[in-house]
Design a protein. Structure first.
Length: 213
């Protein structure tokens, strides 16, 4: 894999903070995860490795999200040089133990939003870190989110916008859907797709991040 220059890597940074870090690859096609990681001032390359995201029968959501993050990491590790860390993640939205995936169409998205209205649900994001063909650690962060009641008309209108079409649970908390949220306990960025404080701690524990900020 061709290495990019330090200047090229630095273009991923959105803020100027003094960071000392090892080379890093983000194994995700999600623009939200890319933006979140860049907001920390980290330099990284993006190399997503698509994997099949399927829940196994009888598998607990916490097990599923950790397994999927691990599988994404394992798929990406072979492309990384030995001195480069690889970061992968997966996010699930869970209501009463039921996993709400990405909606199949507008009607499905509207039904999901109605189901989330007037109550709380959990957003689970697992982050997996590896290096030199080894999985170093997988950590899962769980955030509880409360929605105000959502009428059928509001659900249909939001679904028609398309904001949540490619997102677990059918909504984007960083977008218009923020108007449905009344309360949150846990990591906001974890709901978006990458729990930043936990990710920084994970990188630090394994020597990928030597100084921040």
């Amino acid at each position: 894999m061709r290495r990019r220059s330090a200047r090229s890597l630095a273009r991923e940074r959105e803020v100027a903070v003094p960071v000392q870090q090892a080379p890093l690859i983000l194994a995700s096609a999600s623009p939200r995860r890319r933006q979140l990681l860049a907001s920390l001032g980290l330099a990284f390359e993006v190399h997503p490795c698509p994997t099949e995201e399927r829940r196994r029968e009888g598998e607990a959501p916490t097990v599923t999200v950790a397994r999927l993050a691990r599988e994404k990491l394992v798929a990406a590790l072979p492309i990384a040089p030995p001195d480069t860390f690889v970061l992968a993640a997966d996010t699930l939205v869970v209501r009463d133990g039921e996993v709400l995936g990405k909606p199949t169409d507008e009607a499905d998205a509207a039904a999901m939003l109605r189901a989330l209205g007037g109550r709380s649900h959990e957003v689970m994001t697992a982050v997996a870190l590896g290096r030199a063909a080894r999985v170093l650690e997988v950590e899962t962060t769980v955030t509880e989110v409360w929605f105000r009641p959502v009428s059928e008309a509001q659900a249909r209108a939001y679904a028609a916008i398309g904001e949540g079409a490619d997102k677990a649970g059918g909504y984007a908390i960083q977008g218009i859907a923020a108007g449905f949220v009344t309360r949150i306990e846990g990591s906001y960025s974890g709901v978006v797709g990458l729990p930043l404080a936990q990710t920084l701690a994970l990188l630090g524990r394994h020597g990928a991040l030597r100084s921040w900020p």
